[in-house]
Design a protein around this ligand. Structure first.
Ligand SMILES: CC(C)(COP(=O)(O)OP(=O)(O)OC[C@H]1O[C@@H](n2cnc3c(N)ncnc32)[C@H](O)[C@@H]1OP(=O)(O)O)[C@@H](O)C(=O)NCCC(=O)NCCS
Length: 366
């Protein structure tokens, strides 16, 4: 193994892509797209440098640090460290990747050590990461690695699995990545929607695009806060996020700067005037064929009224009208989240892959 010609350098997050110091940020974004495209065999998870830049800018709630592994001027590896500022001050999120032509030279190890040292310097004691895996491996094979939740497994020989394990990361959870081909089967979805509506007579749906109506923004912030821990997390050490109206507005403004749009549906309980749950989709006109299914949450006190199905079915029926170029809807759900997966299966989603949630507790000096 030799890494002598490789240097690890921090990447500055530039003011704009037009400034002279943006070159490294753009090259690193391109590397991220190359590695992700190769991993999945398609460009569904391609993200433009402009969108990555808006996502990487520090704000009141989070900051990102980036490093490059360079062979001369060429970017051959990348590490990202994301840290929240208002909550979860004990943890950080790390992700490393290496160009397929430069693997098994110790580059990812160097990148990871650099990011871990920085996390420690920022007082973070727990690191979380993820890895992505195509569907199609044999879940019963002798070498599969099972998640600590007891549900979901990964191919034990995959590079990411070997790398994560060899650096002390444990497989806490497996998420199923699913895709729904669009246009969806409207007749089937209308029927699911009306069955769900029959059980949800005490509620009415509230719909908005991009900007939450002022009258609901405080309640919507509470839903976003609950979403951070009401989903199954296994033993991932993640505490409830701190959301308020300013954070909702910051997220909307960030999406606007990215050129993206969102379609949100919430369920309003008529008697109490309380928002009981929400679901939303994101869409980027720069990549019109792909739509992302983001949060879906029903608050515990309101479960059992088919609100999850009602909101998702209603959103799906609208999607074809407002974003007709969408070809695929992508979503990620914990493998043990049976209720959500049952709703998605009924709507027509099919498994396309798996995402592993890794975690490591940093030792005092390790
Ligand atoms: C996982 C990944 C980052 C590894 O990059 P890399 O530069 O090849 O990794 P390194 O050379 O630093 O490997 C360090 C150790 O990890 C383990 N490892 C890495 N790749 C491995 C593989 N294909 N098979 C077995 N072990 C592997 C080994 O223990 C290796 O040490 P060794 O070479 O001395 O045996 C790279 O394959 C990649 O970019 N994959 C796609 C992105 C990704 O999944 N990132 C998330 C990782 S959690």
């Amino acid at each position: 193994m030799s890494t002598t010609s490789i240097t690890i350098q921090p990447i500055r997050i530039p003011e704009s892509l037009e400034t002279s110091d943006a070159e490294d940020f753009v090259a690193s974004s391109e590397l991220a797209n190359l590695v992700t495209g190769q991993l999945w065999g398609n460009n569904d998870l391609w993200v433009s440098p402009a969108v990555r830049l808006e996502g990487a800018r520090a704000n009141d709630y989070e900051q990102s640090l980036l490093w490059a592994a360079k062979d001369g001027d060429r970017h051959v590896g990348r590490a990202v460290l994301e840290m929240t500022k208002r909550d979860n001050l004990h943890s950080a999120f790390v992700y490393v990747m290496v160009h397929p032509g430069f693997r098994r030279q110790g580059i990812a190890r160097e990148l990871l050590w650099t990011a871990e040292a920085s996390a420690r310097d920022h007082g973070r004691r727990v690191l979380q990461s993820y890895s992505e895996h195509r569907a199609g491996f044999d879940p019963e094979a002798a070498d599969v690695l099972r998640a600590k939740t007891g549900t979901g497994s990964l191919p034990g020989s995959s590079a990411a699995v070997c790398f994560a394990r060899s650096h002390g990361y444990e497989l806490e959870q497996v998420e199923r990545f699913s895709v729904l081909a669009l246009p969806a089967d409207d007749a089937r979805i209308e029927s699911l929607e009306s069955q769900a509506a029959a059980k949800a007579a005490e509620y009415r749906l509230v719909v908005w695009e991009d900007v939450c109506p002022e009258e609901f923004v405080d309640q919507y912030a509470l839903l976003r806060q609950r979403m951070s821990t009401d989903v199954p997390l296994g033993e991932i050490d993640y505490q409830e996020e701190a959301w308020d109206r300013a954070r909702v507005r910051q997220g909307e403004e960030e999406l606007r700067r990215k050129g993206g749009h969102s379609l949100v549906i919430a369920a309003l309980q008529l008697a109490s005037g309380e928002l009981a749950g929400h679901t939303f989709l994101d869409y980027y006109p720069e990549k019109p064929d792909v739509i992302y299914q983001e949060d879906t949450l029903v608050l515990r006190a309101h479960r059992g009224h088919s609100l999850g199905m009602l909101m998702k079915a209603h959103n799906l029926l609208r999607v074809g009208r407002i974003w007709p170029e969408g070809q695929r809807l992508l979503t990620w759900n914990a493998a043990e989240n049976e209720h959500m997966l049952a709703i998605n299966d009924a709507l027509g989603f099919v498994p396309a892959g798996y995402e592993a949630a890794w975690q490591k507790r940093l030792g005092a000096s390790a």
